[in-house]
Design a protein around this ligand. Structure first.
Ligand SMILES: NC(=O)c1ccc[n+]([C@@H]2O[C@H](COP(=O)([O-])OP(=O)(O)OC[C@H]3O[C@@H](n4cnc5c(N)ncnc54)[C@H](OP(=O)(O)O)[C@@H]3O)[C@@H](O)[C@H]2O)c1
Length: 380
């Protein structure tokens, strides 16, 4: 059985021995809709020393997960061998919120009932439970007001938004940022963190039939202005409009997760000494920047990859998770628009495989306009 949930799921009990565990796996790279399958694997035994048994509550599907399964992403998962998976397989998923159910000898920083996200990348989060080394887990403060959805999505998109807003330009209150893909999960996080800091955002999105509804949604999150890429076509008109909004103030930070011609036009709205940061490539196109932007406006162009920032920066990461958790618990950061899809424990592996492939087919054809979050139930 497969059902959608749009609200928080129930909490689970602690210190349970998980009898049967399901994982969404693949044995070779390819399109997720072709290669993913669900397998039931044996339950977890007592955790070995320095490890914890965890049960996944919610595991987001992010765009990079698709690239990992295709085999084109720089972070590679490790093959796991377990009965039921017909030999070695990779478990899908990089991000997820889990609850510690049991800890092995020598585990000092975790106890049953704690919330954790994955510190190591590509641990494989699309499953019901796992045994994970303590040093691959990061504790998330279980604060009143911090929802499971916000906690589940806090290892990738909100920290990316935070880094984008804080690593390149010192943004004073009243400063402006321009971004594309503004309705994506990172874009929504940028809008909210910028608003919390008194920074104004100029947000580009693709046009659609219900553009007014989207504009209102983003404005509710704190977007200062929401504009479609179509409006970038008329350079003079958009520049005049933007000048009117900013009062002529230079925009010094541009955030790009799309690429292609519209990114060049967006970069044209940046002022002198600005920084354009590319962190995604949703249009699968290069980022064409005219030489004049570099020569006459002293533009600096960067790339940003959160995984690189995480390397060797445990302390910064812990502080960031604590800060984001507090912000979320205080209600100053709304959950991304999302849909929770549950693979129920009663369903067969065959049926579950069909469901998971169906999700990726729908995703590939743009059928979800929100973050998709998996919940893989276990029998216990
Ligand atoms: N560098 C890093 O460390 C890092 C960290 C997190 C995320 N990312 C990357 O950032 C990007 C966004 O991630 P996300 O989680 O925010 O994704 P998301 O929630 O799925 O949002 C994707 C955004 O991209 C837009 N988009 C998709 N295809 C497009 C196209 N062909 N042309 C123009 N816009 C398009 C979508 O607009 P529509 O609604 O119009 O489809 C939406 O605004 C991804 O590339 C992801 O891999 C990078």
């Amino acid at each position: 059985m497969f059902r959608k949930r749009t609200s928080c799921v129930r909490l689970f009990s602690t210190s349970v021995r998980i009898q049967a565990n399901r994982a969404i796996v693949y044995s070779q790279n390819g399109q997720p809709a072709d290669v993913l399958r669900a397998v039931t694997v044996p339950g977890l035994g007592a955790p070995p020393p320095q490890t914890a048994n965890v049960r996944f509550a919610l595991s987001p599907i992010n765009p990079a997960d698709v690239n990992v399964i295709e085999g084109v992403y720089p972070s590679k998962p490790r093959r796991t061998s377990f009965p039921g998976a017909r030999g070695d397989a990779f478990v899908g998923g990089n991000e997820g919120l889990a609850e510690v159910t049991d800890v092995g000898e020598g585990v000092r920083g975790l106890a049953p009932g704690d919330w954790v996200v994955m510190k190591a990348s590509q641990v494989g989060t699309w499953r019901s439970a796992a045994n994970v080394r303590e040093d691959q887990l990061l504790k998330v403060p279980r604060l009143d007001g911090l929802s499971e959805v916000n906690a589940a999505t806090m290892a990738v998109n909100p920290p990316t938004a935070y880094c984008l807003l804080s690593h390149f330009v010192a943004l004073e209150r009243g400063a402006w940022v321009v971004q594309n893909g503004a309705n994506g999960a990172v874009g929504q996080a940028v809008i909210q963190l910028a608003r919390n800091a008194g920074v104004k955002t100029l947000n580009f999105v693709r046009s659609r039939d219900d553009i007014d509804a989207l504009r209102r949604e983003l404005e509710d999150l704190g977007a200062t202005h929401v504009v479609t890429y179509d409006e970038l076509g008329d350079k003079k008109s958009i520049k005049a409009k933007v000048n009117g909004w900013t009062g002529g103030q230079d925009i010094r930070l541009g955030l790009n997760c799309v690429g292609g011609e519209s990114t060049m036009a967006m970069a044209g709205l940046l002022g002198s000494d600005a920084h354009l940061v590319t962190y995604g490539a949703m249009a699968k196109r290069p980022v064409p920047i005219p030489a004049s932007f570099y020569i006459f406006k002293n533009l600096t162009s960067h790339g940003f990859w959160l995984s690189r920032w995480y390397e060797g920066n445990d302390e910064g990461r812990i502080k960031l998770v604590e800060e984001l958790a507090r912000t979320m618990a205080l209600g100053k950061f709304k959950e991304p628009k999302h849909e929770i899809l549950t693979i129920e424990k009663e369903t067969s592996d065959e049926h579950a495989s069909g469901l998971i492939r169906g999700i990726f087919q729908r995703m590939a054809s743009g059928g979800f306009k929100k973050k998709v979050i998996l919940k893989v139930e276990s029998s216990d």
